[in-house]
Design a protein around this ligand. Structure first.
Ligand code: NI
Ligand code: MN
Length: 230
């Protein structure tokens, strides 16, 4: 299975074009001030959602209902999404893996929360996750929202990474310096920063991250603007 193109859609949203259809991850688009794409342009076969926060669950329900895409999420969040009228939902959980038409998917831990706010109330949606997406020739890690954790060493041992997508914005996730530590443990060939600059609380300079990564690890760092591909 070939992974042809990785496109950054802003915040933590990415689109991976594969020969088995497009994989859309954490599609926070209509509410995202830095998003460049309209929902109608997206025709994913799969939507992967790391956790229930609005900046990740985003437009999942609307896109899934229109496209018929299969939504993959941690079990409690998958149940919540199914309850919103999405029929094609596939629940998984941390430590589990499953083979899809695009390749093998593994769920990793993420040190964070997961909930949806409805009518002023919090609905908890289980544990948040990260995703390892593996084809025969490429392995991509989307860390979700997380602080740095030492088990990232185990991730790189089990899954040699071509590309790591890591949050750098701080406040709710790792900031730049912790994300550099994550790169040292994950040892990806390429790292792409995410989850910064969308709101004032997560302001971070991706060029500072790039400079620190490339001066202290062997990874190269590619900074994508929303709409740009790798
Ligand atoms: Ni979050
Ligand atoms: Mn977030």
């Amino acid at each position: 299975m070939a992974y042809e193109r990785l496109t950054y859609l802003g915040h933590s949203a990415f689109l991976i074009a594969t020969s088995a259809g497009d994989i859309l991850i954490d599609p926070f688009l209509s509410g995202n001030p830095r998003s460049s794409i309209s929902l109608e342009e997206l025709h994913p076969a799969f939507i992967l959602v790391t956790h229930g926060h609005v900046d990740h669950l985003g437009d999942t329900v609307a896109i899934a209902q229109r496209s018929g895409a299969m939504v993959v999420a941690p079990s409690e969040l998958a149940t919540y999404i199914a309850g919103k009228g999405v029929s094609n939902v596939y629940p998984m959980h941390i430590g589990g893996n499953h083979t899809f038409p695009f390749g093998e998917l593994f769920l990793t831990q993420a040190l964070h929360g997961s909930s949806v706010r409805e009518d002023g109330h919090i609905i908890y949606t289980g544990n948040p996750c990260g995703f390892i997406i593996k084809s025969t020739e490429r392995t991509i890690y989307h860390a979700g929202d997380t602080g740095v954790f030492l088990d990232m060493q185990l991730i790189s041992r089990l899954h040699p990474l071509d590309v790591a997508l890591l949050p750098i914005g701080g406040n709710f996730t790792m900031g730049i310096d912790d994300a550099v530590e994550a790169v040292k443990m994950l040892a990806p060939q390429t790292v792409i920063p995410m989850h910064y600059g969308t709101f004032p609380t997560i302001a971070a300079d991706p060029q500072v991250f790039k400079q620190k990564v490339e001066s202290s690890t062997s990874a190269r760092c590619i900074v994508l603007e929303p709409g740009q591909s790798f």
